[in-house]
Ligand binder design. Sequence first.
Ligand SMILES: [Fe+2]
Ligand SMILES: [Fe+2]
Length: 192
Amino acid sequence: MLSIEEMNLYLKSNLLEKRYMHTLGVADTAKRLAKLNGVSEKKAEIAGLAHDVAKNLSIDKMREMMKENNVIISEIEEKNMNLWHSIVAPIEAKDKLGIDDDEILDAIRWHTTGKEDMSTLTKIIYIADMIEPGRNFDGVDEIRRATFDNLDKGVYFGLTSSIKILLAKNLLIDENTIKARNYFLFNPEFKL
Ligand SMILES: [Fe+2]
Ligand SMILES: [Fe+2]
């Protein structure tokens, strides 16, 4: 695996400036959330750095990678190309950054939609992507506050907000996002 410095250099030269700044924001936010929630800060930082590693790949390249690696995608994933960079992220992270930690690879795979029963690290990357300091959308402050107060609550608000935005734009909603949100509501211990 590359060192953090080497990963930084790789990402700086392979992502657009704006995306690279976002990446640093996610890595830093993820590290802080890891400390608060008792997971490895190092893993969180690496996952934060790596989550958008595939963001600059062309649609054709990503299609080819999915085919070569026999990645099966759903009908909705097929249609929503915004999700593709997260679907191929584990392949690219392994190949270009030498990451082979399954927890990290799972976290970067699900950073766009979330999924049912996420690990703490996967929740952290999902929500850090949404609330890093460079993000600015209606309601982001409330989601930030909730996340630093209670990770599950923050992730739940994040999933709900993302569904609302998709509804308002008449876009498809990935079933993993619905399942991720329902999973919290099914948990009798989950309190809002
Ligand atoms: Fe992303
Ligand atoms: Fe991102």
